[in-house]
Design a protein around this ligand. Structure first.
Ligand code: C2O
Ligand code: CU
Length: 504
């Protein structure tokens, strides 16, 4: 605060030159603490008398899962992955008790929810880690309807079986569909001979993750050219015309609602019915191209918020993104396919409305090769456009990194050394994501839903392709300290993360 006034004085002393150089006045220097009065006030404004309480319990624990053939030892919420479906109405209070039965500490992050900062689930930033054997109760209002998900914000635990869907219903929504299905996509490695922590160590070397032994010899896994890390295919091999570098990890399985394509889930309905399909990409290193054989998809929501309905053959879903699509069902048995972009294999479910043979595991509907949309192509529905106003503050967010050594940066620095993006309460903030690397990055901002400057679609996670610039704006109305990062969990964990930091 004192620093702020000093800077303002300085600007004044320098006259117009100083003002032009500084642009908007410099933000304050004191962080708004995660449990501050400002955070409590923001939560109080979301509460209302007679608020409904939705209570739930999550029990992260070691478990053995059958993926539809392969049996894996992993960690999950309860006894399945995805974990329990949590469902509330907009404005409800969620009270979720987490009993940590894992052998390590954990946390739960409520991806996409504009919640109170001290319930955001980022250990070391918004709370202490939930130690092994301990418990923690998350309690927050979920203000906005939509399709969300939850997952740990601890190391690479997301790439275990630790994820689940949180649906927030809109009490005023017209509906207009007959059936509703939730589809969770995931890339799977855990329990197939290596854990996500092994993968991280192989990528980043012995210093990664903080948990490996100093001096442990991983020399043999750092092959020249970065192509061979202990038998894993690496980055350069996985490219897509749409995304460029498409991933760093060759996950052996791709799952739809926890199943490999040889043992798919089946969704049933009557022909002619209108289905709403909520698609969540819970993968760690994989974007999925989704299509329903014999149908076109109408995209109605992106990251929970309505968009101008957009018809497409296929939809590209980055890690952390969610889309709701609607489709009028034909008569028969149809493949709902999710192809890992730039990688081999696929995930599959069967949509059955009538007689006919179930599609085979390797089926490739023609829709996959027709029009494919990204979230970046969508426009905001009228009711959710950010109002026009002057931008108070702009930040460049330059995404960089290298494979050898494996290290990812924002504005040239790896978290926690990255320079926080300072904002003040009430500001209109512009973030200019600029990808200076050869891989795509799905960039996620906690606690806010930004607007794409092109099209205005409201999102919390947006794909930034190699050498691409994506500009977004948000209103700084949710005080606290908010992680902003790539939702490739291996990129985030090796540095591609920064703090969107409210200051006074
Ligand atoms: Cu799902 Cu910090 O993110
Ligand atoms: Cu990334």
């Amino acid at each position: 605060m004192h620093d702020l006034s000093r800077r303002r004085l300085l600007a004044g002393a320098l006259g117009t030159l100083g003002a032009a150089t500084l642009g908007a006045c410099a933000p304050g220097t004191e962080r708004v603490p995660v449990g501050s009065a400002a955070v409590r006030r923001a939560e109080a404004a979301r509460r209302h008398p007679g608020q409904r309480v939705v209570a739930a319990r999550l029990r992260p624990r070691p478990v053995t899962l059958d993926l539809g053939g392969p049996v894996v030892d992993t960690w999950a919420y309860g006894d399945s992955a995805p974990g329990p479906l949590l469902r509330a109405r907009a404005g409800d209070l969620l009270r979720v008790r987490v009993d940590n039965d894992l052998p390590v500490s954990t946390s739960v992050h409520w991806h996409g929810i504009a919640l109170r900062n001290d319930m955001d689930g980022v250990p070391g930033v918004t709370q202490a880690p939930i130690e092994a054997g301990d418990r923690f109760t998350y309690e927050f209002t979920a203000p906005d309807p939509g399709t969300y998900f939850y997952h740990p914000h601890s190391g690479v635990q997301l790439d275990r079986g630790l994820f689940g869907v949180l649906l927030v219903d809109d009490p005023d929504e017209a509906g207009g569909y007959d059936v509703e299905w939730t589809v969770v996509l995931d890339d799977w490695v855990d329990g197939t001979g290596r854990t996500p922590d092994d993968v991280l160590r192989a990528l980043a070397g012995p210093t990664a993750g903080g948990g490996s032994m100093p001096g442990h010899d991983m020399g043999g896994m750092r092959g020249a050219g970065g192509m061979d890390h202990g038998g894993m295919r690496m980055g350069e091999a996985m490219t897509s015309p749409l995304l460029g570098g498409a991933g760093d990890v060759d996950h052996p399985h791709h799952l739809l609602n926890g199943r490999i394509p040889a043992a798919p889930r089946t969704f049933t309905a009557r022909p002619g019915r209108r289905a709403r399909i909520r698609i969540v990409n819970a993968g760690s290193d994989t974007a999925f191209r989704v299509a329903l054989g014999g149908h076109r998809l109408t995209v109605t929501h992106s990251d929970g918020f309505p968009v101008v309905p957009a018809v497409t053959d296929a939809l590209l879903v980055g890690m952390g993104e969610r889309f709701d699509v609607e489709v009028t069902l034909g008569d028969g048995a149809f493949p709902l396919v999710a192809v890992p972009e730039g990688k081999s294999g696929q995930a599959l479910a069967v949509v059955r409305t009538g007689a006919g043979r179930a599609p085979v595991a390797g089926v490739r509907p023609a829709e996959l090769d027709r029009v494919t949309r990204l979230g970046n192509d969508l426009a905001a529905a009228d009711g959710v456009r950010l109002p026009q106003r002057r931008v108070d503050r702009s930040h460049d967010v330059v995404l960089g990194g290298s494979m050898m050594p494996y290290r990812w940066t924002i504005n040239g620095k790896s978290f926690p050394d990255s320079e926080p993006l300072a904002v003040e309460q009430g500001e209109r903030v512009r973030l200019r994501f600029a990808n200076a690397s050869m891989m795509f990055h799905p960039m996620h901002v906690h606690g806010h839903t930004f607007a794409l400057s092109r099209g205005g679609a409201r999102k919390d996670t947006v794909i930034v392709r190699p050498m691409e610039r994506v500009v977004v704006e948000l209103d700084a109305g949710n005080p606290g300290q908010w992680m902003t990062h790539c939702h490739n969990i291996y990129h985030a964990e090796t540095g591609m993360m920064v703090n969107l930091s409210y200051r006074t």
